[in-house]
Design a protein around this ligand. Structure first.
Ligand SMILES: [Zn+2]
Length: 270
């Protein structure tokens, strides 16, 4: 019998089954039909493990700002229909599972900047989950008012300014052609400059909030935007002291994740 592992992010859906890795754009591949196709095709799958970029509690998807999904009671649906074991958790919690396997620390904060802005925190060896497994949703703490809504329904989240999906909305709003963060950084255009500054400040606030609230020993940065713009590490290292409590910065180490796909690796550990 075998396990199918899937990581559903805001931009990409990745899967691994018997050593075969597949990658799709999330907008082209919906999770439910993808899983049903695999389960119908490979009868030896007896376990499905999913890392999901949304709020998930006990096998139920509570919300997913950047992903469309029809079946919310996903665990029950697949276990009843296919007689398999189904495990699912938030993608950042999965990533934290993978990181904590290789980082020998008990207090770890993860900050991932990709389509959205997410975090997860290991406090004295345990993942902070809260009442409904939705603690540490750093991307949705208030930052500034925007002229459109975040995927969560509010109009002032950090994620609107510092997440990839949010940046795309800004480009659309100002009718600016999409450009990479690197290009934004050196642009002379006033609007683009402002968007870049907002992006940077949002990331710094997210990093500082995690630092001041949870006093981690190590902060691990990841996500598509960080991985393709490693200069974000220097920004945080150099400017965090303007935003975070000084004492909490003394022992803090800040690194970029070494794991190629921490959420997918972490899902295997569910
Ligand atoms: Zn939000």
């Amino acid at each position: 019998m075998s396990t199918l592992v899937v990581d559903v992010g805001g931009t990409k859906l990745r899967s691994e089954y018997e050593g075969i890795y597949e990658e799709y754009l999330s907008k082209d591949k919906e999770l439910i039909p993808f899983l049903e196709d695999k389960l119908n095709r490979y009868k030896s799958i007896d376990t499905v493990k999913v890392s999901f970029a949304g709020q998930v509690n006990q096998g139920t998807i509570l919300s997913s700002p950047n992903i469309k999904i029809k079946e919310k009671n996903i665990k029950e649906y697949f276990e009843k229909k296919y007689g398999i074991v189904f495990k699912i958790d938030n993608d950042l919690n999965c990533a934290l599972l993978a990181e904590s396997k290789i980082i020998p620390e008990k207090n770890i904060a993860l900050l991932f900047v990709g389509s959205g802005v997410g975090s997860a925190v290991l406090e004295n060896g345990s993942i902070i989950r809260g009442e409904k497994n939705i603690a540490c949703e750093i991307g949705h703490i208030p930052f500034k008012k925007a002229p459109f809504l975040c995927g969560c329904g509010k109009d002032n989240c950090i994620e609107i300014f510092s997440g990839g999906a949010g940046l795309e909305k800004w480009f659309e709003y100002y009718k600016i052609e999409w450009m990479s963060l690197d290009k934004m950084k050196s642009s002379k255009d006033k609007t683009v400059k402002q968007l870049y500054e907002n992006f940077k400040e949002g990331v710094l606030r997210a990093a500082a909030t995690l630092t001041t609230l949870f006093n981690p020993k190590i902060m691990v940065l990841g996500g598509g935007i960080v991985k393709s713009n490693p200069f974000i590490l220097d920004i945080i290292k150099n400017e965090l002291e303007k935003y975070a409590l000084k004492e909490s910065l003394k022992e803090l180490e800040i690194v970029i994740s070494d794991i190629k796909n921490a959420s997918l690796e972490g899902a295997k550990l569910l």
